[in-house]
Design a protein around this ligand. Structure first.
Ligand SMILES: [Fe+2]
Length: 307
């Protein structure tokens, strides 16, 4: 049994040397700028989270991320075990957190007690004419130009120095389930896609991806769910016209099955738009899969590098 159960990823924290430059990218990426709160700048998506992206002033670096857990009581248990304290977040939405440091030095916050905002309603839910079924009749599809509509922060990928050590650390505290594990060669674990244990409630195929890498420790990418395929493509055009650098896309992943598009922020950090990912309950057993399939695509552009 784990100490707590992560429900989902709450926020990501990064540092940027120019907050205005990072803010311009994030708005073109599709997040809402909530402005400065103390010494951090907050950004929100369309879902209920008060914010999902925290930028601090400083040399470009990935600081860490927050995970929602079930209750503030669970925070007390975590704090007692980790030797820390339960602190107020002190940001819009309130709530509390316990900050821990993972084996690679990333700051991981367990978060509970936030009050959620009203989520934006779904847009453009007019259906697709496909598979011989014409759901859209007497309605014209017109995709608006402009940034993607980011629904939520969905997952992130970490390059870690010791995969099994990090896997144990996250599973012991947050109860993550392995969706797919992959090996460098038979018998040598390299990494895994891990999801939240939500019992019978469907959840994303992965909330964190851990991969042992010679470039560790670092953030490999942070990923956001957008409204749909047209929305992803509109956002791609907007980012391209705004002068940002495409990293990888468009394609459909094999594990998680998302249609994806990766863009680099002004400091070279991978930000993924995705849509139509797999949803799994806790009943699905872990699978061992090939590393080639992990980096491969069902269709679309091949990954530009493999570290
Ligand atoms: Fe991803």
């Amino acid at each position: 049994m784990s100490v707590a159960r992560a429900l989902d990823i709450a926020y990501v924290r990064l540092a940027a040397p120019d907050l205005a430059v990072q803010a311009r990218f994030l708005k073109d990426f599709g997040l809402v700028d909530l402005g400065l709160h103390g010494d951090v700048q907050l950004f929100a998506s369309a879902n209920q989270a008060p914010y999902c992206y925290i930028v601090e002033l400083g040399e470009p670096r990935f600081i860490g991320f927050g995970l929602w857990v079930e209750s503030t009581e669970v925070l007390e248990t975590l704090a007692a075990r980790e030797g820390g304290g339960v602190e107020p977040l002190g940001l819009p939405g309130g709530g509390s957190y316990v900050r821990m440091v993972d084996p690679d030095g990333f700051e991981i916050d367990a978060v509970a007690g936030q009050s959620f905002k009203v989520a934006a309603g779904p847009e453009n839910a007019i259906g697709w004419n496909e598979n011989g079924s014409h759901k859209r009749v007497d309605v014209f599809r017109r995709t608006a130009k402009g940034p993607s509509h980011v629904l939520r922060l969905g997952h992130l990928g970490l390059a870690v120095t010791d995969f099994k050590r990090s896997e144990r650390w996250y599973k012991e505290r947050f109860g993550f389930l392995t969706s797919e594990e992959f090996e460098a060669e038979p018998g040598t674990p390299l990494g895994a896609f891990m999801r939240a244990d939500r019992g019978g409630t469907p959840t994303d195929h992965h909330t964190i991806v851990l991969v042992a890498s010679p470039t560790a420790p670092r953030l490999r990418h942070v990923a956001f769910e957008v409204a749909g395929f047209d929305d992803l493509m509109a956002g791609r055009e907007h980012l391209s016209q705004s002068g940002y650098k495409l990293h990888w896309g468009v394609g459909r992943h094999i594990f998680g099955s998302q249609i994806f598009d990766y863009w680099l922020d002004p400091y070279g950090r991978e930000h993924e738009h995705w849509t139509d990912g797999d949803q799994l309950t806790a009943a699905v057993s872990p699978r061992l899969v090939s590393i080639d399939a992990v980096m491969g695509v069902q269709w679309g552009v091949e990954r530009p590098n493999r570290n």
